[in-house]
Design a protein around this ligand. Structure first.
Ligand code: C2O
Ligand code: CU
Length: 532
C-alpha cells in the first residue's frame, strides 16, 4: 500500500470536496510501540467475538438501498445472548456481564485504516482503541479485557485518526449493554421490554445515498443531517403493551444535540446515565442528550388507551451561538433552509399502544448505590486539571493545543491511582466580544458553541456547573442536564465552566479526552492524558 502522511489541511480539503475516505490516500504513522495483534494465551476468555467492519448496503429510506459501513459480529464462545443483531446499518448489541473476560477479534474489512473504541468502558490503554492502534484493511486487532463497569449502556465506534466522523457517519457504531448483580435484583424490564434507541441524523442524496461534505460552517459547528434516524430507520413506530419498558437511548450523532421529550408533555423518568444506573429514578421535563451521551428512561405505557400513540421528540430550542446578537449563524442557517438546523423540532420514534396487559413491573424507588465524590476526596486539592476550550485559526483546541497522536513531550500527566478535579471551561476568547453585546458576525457566533467533552478511562462525577447567565439559550436547556450519576461525556455550554471529579485508577498510559462533536474531534479538539 502506498502511504503518505495526510496532514490536517489536506485532509480538510478532501473532506470539503466530498471525497470518500476510500478514495483518499492512505495515511500512515511509524509505529514504535506494540499493538495487540494476536491473542494472549494466558487470558482465559469467557466470551469470544469476531467483529468485522465492512462495506455493505441496507434499506433505510423507501427505494434504493443505501451504501454503508457496518459492524457485524459472530459469537465464537460464550452465552447466546452476547450478540443481538439490529436492523439497518447498526452494529449488533454486545451484551456483557460485569466480571466477564472478553476477547474480541476486530477485523478491518473497510478500505481505510480503522480501530474500535469501547466508549464508556474502563479498559487498559492498549485495549481502548486509541487512534495510534489503527490497523489497515485486512488486518486484525485483538482486544482482551475484563468487564469492570457496572450495569449500564455503553457503545462502540471507530476512533481512527481524523476520520472518526466519517466512519461513524457511514454506519460504524453499536451498543454495549452490561448487567451486574445489583441490576438483576431490581428486575427491570428485560427481553422485548428492554428497547435500544440509537439516535442519529443523516442527509441523503436523491438516490438514497449518505451525503457527507462539509462547508466551512459545517466544519465549525459539526455536520448536522436533515433526517433523524432511530435505530437506523426513519420515523419508526414500535408496537408496545400497556406496561413499563426500559429505553436505552444513545446519541450516536456526529454533532446534533437533542432536547428529548414526550409529545404529550409528560415528564421523562431517567433511571440511568452514561455510566450506569442512577441512585434513584428522577423526572425531567426534557433531557438534553449530546453526542456520545446515553440516558436510560423508564417508559410506562400502562393506563394508556389501546390504539393511541406516544412519540419521543426532539423539542425545538434556539440553536446555540445564534443568540449572540447580529446576523449570525441562525440567519444563515435559516437561509440554508434544508432543515438541518441545530435545535430543530422533529419526531424521533413513535410507540403504538397495541396490547392490553394487566401486569407491569413497578418502578423501583432505589436503583444502584453510587459512592459520591466530594472535594475532600480529591488527591491533590491544590491542583485542578484544566481543560480549556479554545480556538486558533478557525480550529477548536484544548489547552491551546490540537491533537498530536505521538506527542511525547507535551502530554498532560496524571499520577495513577489518584482522584482529580478537572475544570472544563468553554470560553473561546472571541466569544466574549459577542457576550458584551457587540454585534457579532457569523464567524463570531460560530465560536460560541456547546461542546460535549468526553474523557476516556473511568467514569466521572459532576461537581459543579457555573453557567454563563448572559447566554439566553441556557434557560431553554438547563433543566435537561443530568448532573449526577456516572458520566463520561458532559455538554459544556458556551461560556460555561464545569467541574468534575474523575478517578484515574489501575491503568497507566495514554487516555484520550476530546470533544465528541466528531467534526471537532477530527479537526484536533482532542488531547491525551498520560497516566503514570
Ligand atoms: Cu466515543 Cu473517544 O469516544
Ligand atoms: Cu466541540
Amino acid at each position: 500500500m502506498t502511504t503518505v502522511n495526510l496532514n490536517r489541511r489536506r485532509f480538510l480539503q478532501y473532506m470539503a470536496s466530498g471525497t470518500l475516505i476510500s478514495a483518499m490516500p492512505q495515511f500512515a504513522f511509524s509505529r514504535d510501540y506494540k499493538l495487540n495483534l494476536t491473542p494472549n494465551r494466558a487470558f482465559q476468555a469467557d466470551v469470544e467475538i469476531a467483529l468485522t467492519a465492512h462495506k455493505t448496503e441496507v434499506p433505510i429510506l423507501l427505494g434504493a438501498n443505501t451504501r454503508v459501513l457496518k459492524y457485524s459480529a459472530r459469537l465464537l464462545r460464550g452465552p447466546a445472548n452476547t450478540i443481538k443483531t439490529l436492523p439497518s446499518y447498526l452494529g449488533p448489541i454486545l451484551h456483557f456481564e460485569q466480571g466477564q473476560k472478553v476477547r474480541i477479534f476486530f477485523y478491518n474489512q473497510i478500505a481505510a485504516p480503522c480501530i474500535t473504541h469501547w466508549h464508556g468502558m474502563h479498559v487498559p490503554q492498549i485495549m481502548d482503541g486509541h487512534p495510534m492502534y489503527a490497523i489497515d484493511h485486512g488486518e486484525q486487532y485483538v482486544y482482551e479485557f475484563e468487564v469492570n463497569n457496572p450495569a449500564g449502556t455503553n457503545w462502540y465506534h471507530p476512533h481512527t485518526h481524523e476520520v472518526t466522523a466519517q466512519q461513524v457517519y457511514r454506519g460504524l457504531a453499536g451498543l454495549i449493554t452490561i448487567s451486574d448483580a445489583i441490576e438483576r435484583k431490581l428486575a427491570l424490564p428485560d427481553g422485548e421490554y428492554d428497547i435500544p434507541l440509537i439516535i442519529q441524523d443523516r442527509t441523503f442524496t436523491a438516490d438514497n445515498q449518505l451525503h457527507y461534505a462539509l462547508t466551512m460552517q459545517q466544519r465549525m459547528q459539526g455536520f448536522l443531517g436533515n433526517t433523524i434516524l432511530a435505530n437506523g430507520q426513519h420515523n419508526p413506530t414500535i408496537p408496545v403493551k400497556t406496561r413499563a419498558y426500559r429505553l436505552r437511548i444513545l446519541n450516536g450523532s456526529n454533532a446534533r444535540i437533542y432536547k428529548l421529550g414526550w409529545n404529550d408533555g409528560s415528564p421523562l423518568t431517567a433511571i440511568g446515565t452514561d455510566g450506569g444506573l442512577l441512585e434513584a429514578p428522577q423526572d425531567f421535563p426534557y433531557i438534553m442528550l449530546s453526542p456520545g451521551e446515553r440516558v436510560e428512561i423508564w417508559a410506562d405505557f400502562s393506563g394508556r388507551e389501546l390504539g393511541s400513540e406516544l412519540a419521543l421528540k426532539t423539542l425545538p430550542y434556539h440553536g446555540f451561538s445564534m443568540n449572540m446578537g447580529g446576523r449570525g449563524m441562525r440567519g444563515s442557517q435559516d437561509r440554508m433552509n434544508d432543515g438541518s438546523r441545530q435545535g430543530k423540532e422533529a419526531t424521533i420514534i413513535r410507540f403504538a399502544i397495541q396490547e392490553q396487559v394487566s401486569d407491569s413491573p413497578q418502578l423501583p424507588h432505589i436503583l444502584s448505590p453510587i459512592q459520591r465524590f466530594t472535594e475532600k476526596d480529591i488527591s491533590n486539592p491544590n491542583n485542578t486539571v484544566p481543560i480549556a476550550i479554545g480556538m486558533h485559526r478557525m480550529t477548536f483546541n484544548l489547552n491551546n493545543r490540537t491533537f498530536n497522536m505521538l506527542d511525547y513531550a507535551n502530554l498532560e500527566k496524571i499520577p495513577v491511582n489518584t482522584l482529580q478535579r478537572i475544570r472544563i471551561t468553554n470560553t473561546t476568547p472571541s466569544m466574549r466580544g459577542g457576550m458584551r453585546g457587540r454585534r457579532g458576525g457569523g464567524m463570531m457566533n460560530m465560536m460560541a458553541q456547546p461542546h460535549p467533552i468526553h474523557l476516556h478511562g473511568q467514569q466521572f462525577q459532576i461537581l459543579s456547573r457555573t453557567p454563563n447567565y448572559g447566554d439566553s439559550t441556557y434557560a431553554e436547556v438547563k433543566d435537561g442536564f443530568i448532573n449526577h450519576g456516572w458520566k463520561d461525556t458532559v455538554l459544556v455550554m458556551p461560556g460555561e465552566e464545569v467541574e468534575i471529579i474523575k478517578p484515574f485508577m489501575d491503568y497507566t498510559g495514554r487516555f484520550l479526552y476530546h470533544c465528541h462533536n466528531l467534526e471537532h474531534e477530527d479537526m484536533g479538539m482532542m488531547r491525551n492524558f498520560f497516566v503514570e
